[in-house]
Write a protein that binds this ligand. Structure first.
Ligand SMILES: Nc1ncnc2c1ncn2[C@@H]1O[C@H](COP(=O)(O)OP(=O)(O)O)[C@@H](O)[C@H]1O
Ligand code: SF4
Ligand SMILES: [Mg+2]
Length: 430
């Protein structure tokens, strides 16, 4: 290790570039392939989950080497729950969620291996790949069901409550990590929606709020008329607590406050009634009072849409308020997970304990806030021992060995740390 150099020679750089272009070609070809849905159809390990990440690896093939941004992540999101994903900046939270949306920055970023199982409801397709509409029927004089016809003798497609066409659907568990880009389009936005950290960069400054809401509605709800989509957009603005929805509909993003813009982003996410909302640091760009309002809104909405939320944040306070389950990430791996009580009342991993200690509290008189010593290891050159070892104050002899496996401390609480090897299932490890 002593002679480790901090530069890349020309021949090394050439070798990296060659290897990168080979890998990128391979993964891009896989994403663009034409294949039958059966190829990426799978089954859930537990039917109560909406998403299951299973040993997910997402890498960036950079000029300096391969960045293992997500390096073997496994966790689930149970239906109807809020799962908080916490960890300091750069630990792979956003890349995990972007993998779920197939939005990792390509071509350098690629899902390399693992699975993301998602319980989807997809459009049924005919032999030519077209959606199959459901038609209006009437019962004739003989009691037989007949198709209802319009003035020109054509069958009439059934409409849903919003005015969109009704198509035949099927429930299917898909592996998003293996899905081609084309197939993903019918899930992204419709079944899984995302709320980003900075609404100003996600909203287009040259279009009105109404334009941007309508555009999403028209894209995902086939057969809806312009008047119907406008009414639906205004309803969504009402749902997210905007007092003057007709006024805001006509405004441009710069005319709104940060909190209002984030509400608009939430309205856009809700347009297609998604089953899962990913909120990536949804309150980080907002001031504290507005933060609380947006969190209240998210909680309220989760109840209304009967869906699940994956809440990404570096702020433990936010997860404490919102989450049912918590996943703690460090350097591209999940190092501890459990229910919110497990993580807040009985944190086990020295990193989680460090995070808790570095959280400011209102009632305690602390002179200096705790700071976890040291730095996250270089993502291009990860050690083969515990990634936290060089910062860990509780390190034991065994920690020099290979990366620790998970220890199931209680049925709900798991940790990857050698300190708890003798604490399996007794829940009393300290
Ligand atoms: N587009 C990119 N190109 C190269 N590396 C990236 C890119 N996006 C993220 N990374 C790297 O992936 C790692 C995880 O990033 P990210 O998931 O954004 O962290 P966070 O937990 O703060 O959301 C970081 O080391 C980051 O440098
Ligand atoms: S495995 Fe060892 S080095 Fe890693 S967090 Fe646990 S005690 Fe610290
Ligand atoms: Mg992030």
């Amino acid at each position: 290790m002593a002679d480790k150099k901090h530069y890349i020679s020309r021949s090394e750089s050439r070798a990296i570039a060659k290897e990168n272009s080979r890998a990128i070609r391979h993964f891009e070809k896989l994403k663009k392939r034409k294949c039958k849905p059966e190829e990426y159809t799978t089954v859930m390990q537990d039917d109560h989950n909406i998403v299951e990440f299973d040993d997910l690896h997402t890498y960036f093939f950079s000029d300096a080497g391969t960045v293992k941004a997500v390096n073997g992540v496994s966790f689930s999101i149970p239906e109807g729950s809020t799962v908080g994903v916490v960890g300091e900046s750069g630990c792979g939270k956003s890349v995990t969620s972007l993998s779920l949306m197939q939005l990792v920055q390509a071509p350098s970023g690629q899902i390399v291996s693992g699975s993301i199982r998602f319980k989807a409801s997809l459009f049924k397709r005919d032999a030519r790949g077209r959606k199959i509409p459901v038609y209006e029927t009437v019962t004739d004089a003989d009691g037989k069901e007949q198709f209802k016809l319009d003035a020109k003798g054509r069958k009439i497609i059934k409409k849903n409550e919003l005015g969109g066409n009704v198509y035949e659907m099927e429930d299917r568990v898909v592996d998003i990590a293996k899905m081609p880009v084309d197939a993903m389009r019918s899930i992204r936005g419709r079944e899984i929606a995302m709320i980003f950290q900075e609404p100003m960069t996600s909203l287009n400054p040259v279009f009105t709020i109404g334009n941007q809401l309508d555009e999403v509605g028209l894209l995902h709800i086939q057969g809806i008329s312009k008047a119907q989509v406008k009414a639906h957009s205004i309803d969504m603005l009402k749902l997210v607590g905007i007092a003057d929805p007709e006024g805001v509909y006509k405004k441009y993003p710069h005319e709104l406050s940060g909190g209002m813009r984030q509400r608009v982003m939430i309205a856009i996410a809700l347009l297609c009634n998604p089953k899962l909302i990913i909120a990536d640091e949804p309150t980080t760009a907002l001031d504290v009072t507005i933060q609380a309002q947006i969190l209240d809104l998210l909680r309220e909405i989760k109840g209304k849409i009967n869906g699940s939320i994956m809440l990404i944040t570096h702020d433990l306070g936010v997860v404490a308020e919102m989450a049912d389950y918590v996943v703690v990430m460090y350097a591209g791996k999940v190092i501890e997970m459990g229910t919110a009580e497990d993580i807040f009342d009985r944190p086990l991993h020295p990193y989680t304990i460090g995070l808790q200690k570095s959280k400011p509290t209102v009632n305690e008189d602390v002179e200096k806030l705790y700071c976890i010593p040291g730095f996250v290891p270089n993502p291009i050159d990860m050690p083969n021992y515990c990634y936290f070892r060089d910062r860990c104050e509780k390190c034991i002899e065994k920690c020099a060995g290979e990366y620790p496996g998970y220890i199931q401390v209680t049925p709900t609480h798991k940790v990857a740390c050698y300190l708890y090897e003798n604490a399996k299932e007794d829940g009393d490890a300290k």
